[in-house]
Ligand binder design. Structure first.
Ligand code: PLP
Length: 420
């Protein structure tokens, strides 16, 4: 099954321009048939009008582009898809003009992930998955895909020796899925090395990366050998905490066709309004990420020097075990910082209940700073032994560092830590 409006989003898509120019201009006046409005229009419509029965038949047959029904495609959603395409896949397309890069928008990050995994796995297949992934991703594999006959093997993908061993044991695996950096302890996987290992063992194995924490501004897995990239746009890509959404970008023809078939028939499409908001957010992704990263670095340095903090997880710190790899693979180190406060759960609670400016809430990647306690919130459903193996101790606090004035964030942390 094919999306008739998706010949190749890459024509006239500012591919010879920098990231910020693409974030602002790609898709804006190409993916939407309405050319006269400067801001992309919101096509808040379930269905689209045909000029004639003949034209309708041609659009249905895929003989001419056109919109039919919003589950199958929508001009506002297309605008977002085109922009993400230029950001995740622009450099790959420029280097290999014959490659077809395509992006699909979804109603959530989980819709993007589930659709992509349904595209690469069938009953009886093996899926290799990072052992520290978003909770719902893990439950999708262990509770849902398992019922459809997909067997999932877990693996610490940041350990290349373990990757090599697992791949040798499961060369028939259809896909390898992981996140980098991971949540909440920010371990980093060498995408190129893992993709190379997978290709040697089985050239047909698909490598899929959840790039939510890094965003395409900091890291582009397709340039490093991955076949597909997924995002929860709920986080940095929208950036303002007002939408739940997702996207998937792929250079693989089979993933593109099958994912569109799943999307069209399972129905994880985004609403036009949500797609419009995510598109708006993307325009400022570069400047937001610069500020998130710079603020997070200062927050991490401050925490690392604080006597009440046992350990800080941030790949930007020279002392972090993943610093060298992250420096090679990412433009900067992201906006997420986790730290272990002395005094365990009680100390963590004191900070979260008293801190100023930071909002106590899960999710991440908002313009404003958020704070949460993984052991009792996002990771509460993960069994304790597994949680602790992944570094999620009772004293671990996770902050999504916003773009406020950093001295205000540090003062807020300082005052909260003084109460511990
Ligand atoms: C939030 C998140 C998801 C799930 O996305 P939703 O938009 O909440 O469905 C998947 N992966 C990562 C890394 C996330 O942070």
């Amino acid at each position: 099954m094919e999306d008739s409006n998706n010949p190749d989003y890459m024509e006239k898509f500012y591919l010879d321009c920098g990231f910020s120019t693409r974030a602002l201009h790609a898709g804006e006046h190409v993916a939407q048939p309405q050319h006269s409005s400067h801001g992309g229009a919101i096509y808040q419509s379930s269905t689209f009008v045909f000029d004639s029965a003949r034209e309708g038949a041609q659009v249905f047959a895929g003989e001419r582009p056109g919109y039919i029904y919003t589950r199958l495609g929508n001009p506002t959603v297309k605008m977002l898809e085109a922009k993400v395409n230029a950001l995740e896949g622009g450099a790959v397309k420029l280097a290999n003009p014959h490659l077809r890069v395509s992006t699909q928008g979804f109603s959530s990050g989980m819709a993007a992930i589930s659709t992509t995994l349904m595209a690469v796995c069938s009953a009886g297949d093996t899926l290799i998955m990072g052992d520290v992934v978003y909770g719902a991703t893990e439950h999708l594999a262990s509770g849902v895909l398992s019922r459809f006959g997909v067997n999932t093997i877990e693996l610490d993908t940041s350990d290349l020796a373990a990757v090599e061993k697992t791949l040798a044991q499961h060369p028939e695996a259809k896909a390898l899925f992981f996140e980098t950096p991971t949540n909440p302890t920010l371990s980093v996987t060498d995408i190129r090395a893992v993709a190379d290992l997978a290709r040697v063992v089985n050239p047909r194995m698909k490598v899929v990366v959840d790039n939510t924490f890094a965003t395409p501004y900091l890291q582009r897995p397709l340039e490093l050998g991955a076949h597909a990239v997924v995002h929860s746009t709920t986080k940095y890509i929208c950036g303002h905490g007002v939408v739940v959404g997702g996207v998937m970008t792929t250079i693989d023809d089979q993933i593109r066709r099958r994912a569109y078939e799943v999307l069209a028939n399972v129905g994880g499409n985004p609403s036009p309004f949500d797609a419009w908001l995510v598109n708006l957010g993307l325009k400022t992704l570069p400047i937001r990420m610069e500020r998130h990263c710079d603020n997070a670095m200062e927050v991490a340095r401050y925490l690392a020097s604080h006597p009440k903090v046992d350990r800080v997880f941030y790949p930007g710190l020279e002392t972090d075990p993943f610093h060298e790899l992250a420096s090679r693979q990412m433009k900067k180190y992201g906006g997420m910082v986790s730290f272990e406060v002395k005094g365990g759960l009680e100390a963590g609670r004191t900070i979260m209940d008293n801190i100023e400016i930071f909002t106590l809430a899960v999710s991440l990647g908002c313009v404003d700073s958020l704070i949460q306690h993984p052991a009792s919130m996002t990771h509460a459903c993960v069994p304790r032994h597994k949680r602790e193996k992944g570094g999620v101790t009772d004293g671990l606090v996770r902050v999504s560092v916003g773009i406020e004035d950093v001295q205000d964030l540090i003062r807020a942390l300082d005052r909260a830590l003084a109460l511990v």
